[in-house]
Design a binder for this molecule. Structure first.
Ligand SMILES: Nc1nc2c(ncn2[C@@H]2O[C@H](COP(=O)(O)OP(=O)(O)OP(=O)(O)O)[C@@H](O)[C@H]2O)c(=O)[nH]1
Ligand SMILES: [Mg+2]
Length: 600
């Protein structure tokens, strides 16, 4: 039998997981010297590269000495926490990364809780020790305190520590030692991570923990082999969460090595492989021996906490920028998404309207962003949290929020959050004039907060949050303090009129932008909505001089990307999303209709 170790790399967002995996790939010698490992090589899809974050967990395997180490890089953003939880069930050990300056953050707490609960004994990697403000010993203390607070066993408290600068390929076991390479990390993994249990001679048992899709082979399940063997062409029984057993056949077996996937003939207990050919496969399903099916416990799939309504674009510009615009097309795309994305679901709620639920705004914006790149055009409404009844009590999701702000802004931020029903839990100085403040807040109170927070802290504040639990409904939360500047004309925005409007608030559009009645072109500096004319040319002369237009000094418009726009809108507003533009509009474009609905 092969000598194998299975590990997950877990941490709060941006603490350096994917960068660490680069180092493991490079330094293991899995690659020939002619092969190049790009920066954050595992972040392979376009949005991941662009945003510098991991969205989907991914597998790789390296060879070190006579061992194969299967590594799963996980996403650190809170919206993908459910996936991390599933991944942790597939491994026997974990590298828990903690930033040597930032220390324990909300998602560190989340992953530690899941990991300890599963009985995993982690290797703690204090990363980014090269940062000038790094304080590795303080961070080790924080990790230890966290483990204690979360009821870690004696064994788990006795975690090995590695100090690293993953980006520079540096690691050491003690801060007083000189910098070394990753040798100590490889050795610690081989020494401390338990060998996989299970036996190749037992009846076959694989559990699927992630789904993938390939145009040629269809749905692919990535699975850990807990017992037995699996080979291409095997007939198997697929045990579903509801107990049903479905006959299926393995059409292809795929192994991982470095950044490559290759077809293999067979694999056995302890390993992680990808399997194709299972048409009905879902996350959590067990692939069983047809003669002796022994299903494993189904997996917990996180409940959605947020919904957003996707709709057919009905603006006057509909169909002019995107290719896929119909209700059928949008439905097909959503169906395809739900095939592999277990954390999301949707329902049709009327003609051309779909209620999509997920774990957070990021998860939903990523879907929307992918769709616009694939030439879809659609509308999306304001995110709403999911309210549910627990034992007769109306409950809503609460989040754990941690903010780091320059001290002088802490008063403003605390006051602002107070109005959003946040409860302050702790406040500690972080050095260099920064203060860390922790809150518990209804998820509703966080919608639309980020933009305000960045303004209040002059862009210097950092905020992080992750799901806590459902709690009793906390009453109304204050909404956007400013009204909208709404176009009362169809046409093209002119510099002259924008110049005259810019005293009224902050504009979102530049000259020559297409506008229409009911489209929002800016934020009013007061709390009421204001109808304005952005297409009015200079009145005195009917000779249009383009030179004069350009001479006008305009404040650059505020860039409203998908996230910002989604945070900004209120219930009576929508985003028009096309491959080229994100426009903000009133749900009811006609001014009279709007007034009628406002009164109701
Ligand atoms: N100074 C310093 N920066 C590092 C180090 N390791 C990683 N980084 C930087 O930290 C940032 C985040 O790195 P990633 O590897 O993408 O972090 P991650 O944990 O995979 O992030 P998510 O997958 O989005 O949760 C990048 O800009 C890295 O270059 C390090 O050792 N020192
Ligand atoms: Mg990453």
């Amino acid at each position: 039998m092969q000598k194998i170790r299975n590990i997950a790399v877990i941490a709060h967002v941006d603490h350096g997981k994917t960068t660490l995996v680069d180092g493991l790939l490079k330094q293991s010698g899995t690659f020939g010297s002619h092969e190049q490992v790009n920066e954050r090589a595992m972040d392979s899809n376009a949005l991941e590269k662009e945003r510098g974050i991991t969205i989907l967990s991914k597998n790789t395997a390296i060879r070190y000495g006579d061992h194969k180490i299967n590594i799963i890089d996980t996403p650190g953003h809170a919206d993908f926490g459910g996936e991390v939880e599933r991944v942790l069930k597939m491994v026997d050990g974990a590298l828990l990364l903690v930033d040597a300056y930032e220390g324990v953050m909300p998602q560190t707490k989340f992953v530690v809780k899941k990991m300890l609960g599963l009985g995993i004994k982690p290797i703690v990697v204090i990363n980014k020790i090269d940062k000038p403000s790094a304080d590795p010993e303080r961070v080790v203390d924080e990790v230890f305190d966290l483990f204690v607070a979360m009821d870690a066993t004696e064994d788990q408290l006795d975690f090995p520590i590695i100090y690293a600068a993953a980006r520079d390929g540096i690691a050491k076991l003690d801060m007083s030692e000189p910098d070394g390479d990753f040798t100590c990390m490889f050795n610690t993994i081989l020494e401390k991570v338990p060998e996989p249990t299970g036996d190749a001679e037992n009846p076959t048992q694989l559990q699927v923990f992630t789904l993938d899709y390939d145009n040629y082979v269809g749905k692919i399940g990535i699975a850990r082999i807990f017992n037995g063997k699996i080979a291409k062409g095997d007939n198997v029984l697929l045990a579903k969460a509801d107990g049903e057993l479905v006959k299926e056949k393995i059409s292809k077996l795929i192994g991982f090595l470095g950044l490559n996937r290759m077809e293999i003939q067979q694999a056995e207990a302890g390993d992680i492989v990808a399997i194709a050919g299972l048409e009905t496969v879902d996350v959590g399903d067990t692939v069983c021996d047809p003669n002796n099916p022994m299903p494993l416990d189904p997996m917990h799939i996180e409940e959605p906490t947020l919904t957003v309504v996707f709709s057919v674009n009905d603006s006057p510009l509909a169909g002019t920028e995107g290719k896929h615009v119909t209700s059928n097309k949008i439905k097909e795309r959503l169906d395809a998404e739900m095939q592999t994305n277990v954390a999301m679901r949707y329902e049709t709620i009327g003609e051309g309207k779909f209620k999509v639920s997920g774990r957070g705004e990021l998860q939903i914006t990523i879907l929307a962003e992918n769709m616009r790149r694939e030439n879809y055009e659609f509308g999306i409404g304001r995110p709403e949290v999911i309210v549910k009844e627990i034992e007769g009590v109306k409950c809503e999701p609460f989040e754990h929020l941690v903010i780091d702000v320059p001290e002088e802004f802490s008063g403003t931020v605390i006051e602002r959050l107070g109005r959003r029903k946040a409860e302050m839990k702790a406040m500690v100085p972080m050095g260099e004039g920064f203060t860390r403040i922790e809150f518990e807040i209804p998820a509703r109170g966080l919608i639309g907060f980020r933009g305000q927070f960045l303004t209040d802290t002059k862009g210097e504040g950092v905020m992080n949050h992750s799901f806590l639990e459902f709690r009793p409904y906390s009453g109304t939360v204050e909404s956007r303090p400013y009204g909208a500047l709404i176009s009362m004309e169809d046409g093209v925005a002119l510099a002259y009129s924008l110049f005259n409007l810019q005293d009224r608030g902050v504009l979102f559009v530049a000259p020559q932008a297409k506008v229409y009645k009911g489209m929002i072109i800016g934020e009013h500096s007061r709390s009421n909505d204001l109808d304005v004319n952005p297409i009015k040319g200079k009145a005195q002369s009917n000779v249009r001089s383009s030179g004069a237009d350009e001479a006008i000094k305009l404040v650059p418009p505020r860039e409203m990307n998908l996230e910002r726009a989604l945070e900004w809108i209120e219930d009576d507003e929508l985003l028009e999303v096309t491959p080229q533009n994100i426009r903000i509009r009133k749900r009811y474009l006609d001014i009279n209709e709007r007034k009628r609905h406002a009164r109701q």
